[in-house]
Design a protein around this ligand. Structure first.
Ligand code: ZN
Ligand code: ZN
Length: 620
């Protein structure tokens, strides 16, 4: 029974590839049938043990015919079991290259940390082998760590034109401009990386000029999708190069690495164009009011659609937020934004126009505390006051973890009487990542022998792996990897063979990697319970306590309202010191320990809190 099921699954997969590859125009949105089919196959795939018995023989026969080739190693250093800091090393013989080098934003358990980047130890150790860095697109989770890597290993960078433009802006900030070889590569072009070669393949995503990559290696072709979706009506008219993925598939793809972000979502991701249609309706609805739209600065196609609506409805556009201004300038300079003369106005000029003739484009769609939209919401913006005459559109979905920030901003905007539209009510945002049907299409096109889901937390990777199994892939050919794994393939088999150093490096201000677990522990302790400093002065010659004990506290209790607690604590410490012998007063470390223990017990008993206690002894 199991064997039959397995065959069925394989048949399903073949017929899928036939039908989905054909141009379907835009009917696809209503087509939900494959979802049910997939669900039923899933149950079969869930019983793997018996099903492998029969095909195993066949596989063995196949394997003996296959020739083992020069092995290629794939080493993910970020982007697995996490969303962010994507980075993968490809290695063959004496050559190595890096695909993407992103950053992640700190979690709540990393107070004070600005950004998180991958651990570059392995790359640094092999610096002489690194032939270059290829970048799939210009999002922070793919380029944000690049400047830090280039400071350690300066090798040429290859990317499409807009991506290079965005990287250039970043390198300028880091003082690296002019010190790095940046190379613009168009889709369909190939870059040599020693014994390997990387071909750029056009994909759709929420930033223009995104590519996936076909990595031609001695062991076979490895396809990496980058971040992708399938948009049959993209704003720039450039549809994902489905034909090339299919061509590679028919010639034989050794392994597929594909974007798992939306692997939990059934169906298809809608076209970016649907957002434009919503904007059009909302511009009509907002007539007579000032319109404010918050979105991701990198979503240039979204900005283009806002500008198009502004032109249609006779409004001027003012741009708020540093990253928004930077990206829009780069995009205009490189020809990725088509803005008619005089449409974008300086924010200083806003007052010359009636507010119903204005659209503001701003950062802050995630409710980031320092962003322009948040400051507007909190009545803290110098140029913009929110009133009932504002019509506000938040054109983004909160990234998990940001929901409460966004909610707070929406609440505050509404309190000022503004009308606020966000995704829950209207289609003002679509994702940049492929949903299940698009992921299946990619499987069907490339027909890989091995599959490694990437770009996602564990649950996303697992769901994506399940999809591949549903489509008939053998369980042992799917690897859910972890960062630092060395995945080796010789064209016949693929497995995790070893481990290299990997993890997260925290960047705080100018310090890279100097904030470790002990510093974080202290920061959390200080944040949770505050700090008490005990100061005493000891006369060196006599070993007598001549000053103090004094108590200073921060973030613990408001001292003026806790006179009694503090004075009792002082008495307690004085008694502790009085009980110390001459010898004990000379051993400052143990003296500090004694004071810390005494005070900590007392404070806990009185307040049930455990502040950090820092004794300081001054010699007089
Ligand atoms: Zn992306
Ligand atoms: Zn990404």
């Amino acid at each position: 029974m199991n064997e039959n099921n397995n065959n069925n699954a394989k048949k399903t997969r073949r017929s899928n590839s036939g039908s989905t590859a054909a141009p379907k125009k835009r009917v696809y949105r209503k087509n939900t049938a494959p979802k049910e089919a997939a669900a039923s196959v899933n149950k079969q795939a869930a019983a793997p043990s018996a099903k492998q018995a029969a095909p195993a023989k066949e596989k063995k026969a196949r394997q003996t015919k296959e020739v083992r080739k020069t092995p290629v190693r794939i080493i993910p250093l970020g982007g697995l079991n996490e969303i962010g800091k994507n980075m993968t090393v490809f290695e063959c013989s004496n050559d190595m290259f890096i695909l993407d080098c992103g950053l992640a934003f700190p979690d709540a358990d990393m107070p004070g940390v600005d950004i998180v980047i991958p651990d570059f130890t392995y790359v640094e150790r092999n610096a002489d082998k690194v032939r270059g860095i290829v970048i799939t697109h210009g999002h922070e989770d793919h380029i944000g760590g690049l400047a830090y890597l280039l400071k350690k290993v300066n090798v040429p960078v290859y990317a499409t034109r807009l991506t290079i433009g965005l990287i250039e802006a970043k390198l300028k900030e880091q003082g690296l401009y002019g010190k790095v070889h940046l190379n613009v590569i168009a889709p369909k072009k190939t870059v040599k990386m020693g014994c390997m070669a990387v071909e750029f393949i056009k994909v759709n995503h929420s930033i223009p000029d995104s590519v996936g990559m076909a990595i031609h290696t001695p062991a076979g072709v490895i396809v990496h999708t980058g971040d992708f979706k399938v948009d049959y009506s993209p704003i720039d008219g450039e549809i994902i190069d489905i034909a090339r993925f299919g061509e590679l598939g028919s010639k034989g793809v050794l392994a597929l690495m594909a974007d798992s972000t939306n692997a939990e979502r059934p169906g298809y991701t809608h076209s970016e164009r649907t957002v434009g249609e919503s904007f059009d309706r909302l511009f009509k609805k907002g007539e007579g009011k000032r319109i404010i739209i918050a979105t991701f600065s990198s979503n240039i196609h979204r900005v283009q659609q806002i500008i198009n609506c502004a032109v249609r409805y006779g409004r001027k556009v003012a741009v708020f937020g540093r990253s928004m201004v930077n990206v829009i300038n780069t995009a205009i300079e490189l020809g990725y934004l088509d803005v008619p003369e005089g449409i974008i106005i300086d924010i200083e000029m806003m007052n010359r126009y009636e507010s119903e003739r204005i659209v503001l484009i701003t950062t802050g769609s995630q409710g980031e505390p320092m962003s322009a939209l948040t400051r507007m919401a909190m009545n803290d913006h110098k140029k913009v006051n929110i009133t009932p005459m504002d019509f506000i559109i938040i054109s983004a979905t909160p990234i998990p973890g940001n929901e409460k920030f966004v909610t707070r901003v929406v609440n505050e905007l509404m309190k000022s009487g503004a009308e606020v539209v966000y995704e829950a009510m209207y289609e003002v945002h679509v994702s940049g990542h492929a949903c299940q049907e698009e992921l299946k299409l990619m499987q069907a096109l490339t027909r890989p022998k091995f599959f490694i889901p990437v770009h996602g937390e564990y649950k996303h990777l697992k769901k994506h792996a399940d999809l591949a199994l549903q489509m008939g892939m053998d369980k042992e050919n799917v690897i859910i990897a972890e960062i630092g794994n060395v995945i080796e393939t010789d064209g016949v088999s693929m497995k995790v063979v070893s481990q290299v150093p990997s993890g997260r490096v925290l960047v705080d201000g100018l310090g890279v990697g100097d904030v470790g677990s002990i510093v974080l522990r202290d920061r959390k302790h200080l944040a949770q319970d505050g700090l008490i400093i005990i100061v005493i002065g000891i006369e060196k010659s006599t070993n007598e306590v001549v000053a103090g004990p004094d108590i200073i506290s921060r973030g613990f209790v408001y001292v003026r309202e806790s006179d009694e607690l503090i004075s009792q604590a002082r008495t307690l410490l004085a008694n502790t010191l009085a009980g110390c012998s001459y010898a004990e007063l000379r051993e400052w470390n143990s003296l500090k320990g004694k004071m810390r223990d005494a005070l900590s017990d007392y404070i806990y008993e009185k307040t049930k809190r455990s502040p950090m206690i820092l004794p300081i002894i001054m010699e007089t």
